[in-house]
Design a protein around this ligand. Sequence first.
Ligand code: ZN
Length: 188
Amino acid sequence: MQFDPLKNILLTAHKNTTIRLELVVGSMIQPILLLGDPQLYQASTSLAPEESAMLPQLETDLRDTLLDYRRLHQAGRAIAAPQIGIQKRVLYMHTDEPMLIVNPSLTFPDSEKMLVWDDCMCFPGLLVHVERFKNCLLTFQDRHLRPQKIAFSGSLSELIQHEFDHLDGILATMRALDGQSFRITQAN
Ligand SMILES: [Zn+2]
């Protein structure tokens, strides 16, 4: 067989392109840290503008991990980066439409509270009775680092407060109302 240098170059180029594309868009379902992992109790740091190049891959990983959890447990509306071991202030929420939330801050327009039985992907099968604000105002940057502001109420309000807590190293178990605020929903 005759050596064809042009064909060889094209083949090599094609192979390299394929590998590079996989590196750009490749995703992996990440392991979710579980209750008791010391990393979950650490506060995360803000995402600096010069770190924004990591956002597409992080969003893909958060999305795939959330969707995989949802497939396995029929639950899960949002995930925080520290839950997969990335100590950055980034959340991914997928309810009506997917939303990446970068460097959020949370304020409460009034003092109205509600009681909820909270769950978490870090402790499947356990519910915790907690108190949350009924209304909240979320200020954040989107995936293009543009400033955004959204008001939440009811179940989305408690969801955002739960996810925001992850960025400060706070789990719902730490907000339990009292010693009887825990419920097992599935036997292991
Ligand atoms: Zn959680």
